[in-house]
Design a protein around this ligand. Structure first.
Ligand code: GH3
Ligand code: MG
Ligand code: MG
Ligand code: MG
Length: 304
């Protein structure tokens, strides 16, 4: 069921235990604080963790098919699951068992029989840390002035989309854009007004993110990028021109621009069929060269 907009979704906790009474007890204990999903053995735990990406895993140690220690080792060796915090819940209560669990990367170790309210509070505390980590990770990817993706986020998306397009044999397109005569704008109307222009452009760009994988980002200063996976050169150049025209249509007065009475942008673009797993630096450089050509040809235009 979809959650109502505006509410933070409940965190998901994967409970792994081979004994049903233990699973039932933990579900009862946690169901008000989180969405609980279950696994009754090690291999099911690995599948669920992969597929559901829970926020936290409560992991039994003694299980028939595979020990909890083996499960955590596999989780920590997989890029898709290594970030998920694990709490052991085990009847093994010797200090060396606990030490082993923590050495293998668990964030906590609870011994059975456990005290229900303590388990509940420990889980709550760990979920708080997960929540804070997610907030920080998101903040690190957002440009503070325009509140759209920043260069770090763009770099990460480029790596991912490059690999995805290489696998599916699809084209990848990139537009780089730069505000025309922006120094003159700042000189005439002030830096604060200039900042407002950058925010307006960012909002306009965001409106063009219509397909999965599309990404608008502030690359730095007065430069933005728009990444378009699975879009060929012809379609990408058309979209770039729509962006150009949408910015001009904002009619943001630029009294000192020789190009237009309004703020305009120039765009350079590149389309490539990514082949192997590594981003080719030429991809960005070619788009940047096209941008330079757009500037040289008179600005307020797209060169692909
Ligand atoms: P061109 O058409 O060739 O791009 O000319 P330009 O004046 O835009 O180019 P130039 O590189 O000379 O100037 C870029 C200006 O962008 C200079 C700088 O003050 C301004 N700028 C960069 N980052 C920001 C910012 O965060 N806020 C504001 N207000 N201005 C910025
Ligand atoms: Mg067990
Ligand atoms: Mg510039
Ligand atoms: Mg400029």
């Amino acid at each position: 069921m979809d959650k109502p907009a505006g509410l933070t979704p409940l965190p998901t906790v994967l409970v792994v235990d081979d004994e049903k009474p233990n699973r039932d007890l933990l579900v009862e204990l946690l169901k008000h604080d989180c969405r609980v999903i279950l696994a009754k053995n090690g291999s099911q735990a690995l599948d669920r963790a992969h597929e559901m990406q829970p926020d936290l895993i409560l992991l039994d140690v003694l299980m028939a098919d595979m020990s909890g220690y083996q499960v955590i080792q596999t989780l920590k060796h997989d890029d898709a699951t290594r970030h998920i915090p694990v709490i052991f819940i085990s009847a093994l209560d010797a200090p060396e068992d606990e030490e082993r669990g923590l050495d293998l990367g668990a964030v906590d170790y609870i011994t059975k029989p456990f005290h229900p309210s303590i388990v509940r509070k420990r889980v709550r505390n760990h979920l708080q840390s997960v929540h804070h980590r997610h907030l920080l990770e998101n903040l690190a990817m957002i440009d503070s002035l325009t509140e759209i993706a920043n260069r770090r986020r763009y770099n990460e998306a480029l790596e991912n989309e490059w690999r995805r397009c290489a696998r599916s044999g699809s084209p990848l397109s990139l537009a780089i854009m730069d505000v025309d005569h922006f120094k003159a704008y700042n000189d005439r109307l002030g830096h604060a007004a200039g900042d407002g222009i950058l925010r307006n452009i960012a909002t306009t760009l965001t409106g063009f993110m219509r397909r999965p994988g599309d990404l608008a980002a502030r690359y730095g200063g007065e430069e933005f990028i728009f990444l378009m996976p699975q879009v060929d050169a012809e379609a990408a150049a058309l979209l770039a021109n729509e962006i150009r025209s949408a910015v001009e249509a904002l009619r943001l007065p630029h009294p000192d621009s020789p190009v237009s009475p309004y703020v305009t942008i120039s765009l350079g673009g590149m389309t490539t069929p990514p082949t192997d797993g590594h981003v080719d630096p030429e991809f960005f450089l070619n788009a940047d060269t096209a941008l330079y050509t757009a500037k040289a040809k008179g600005r307020n235009r797209v060169v692909w």
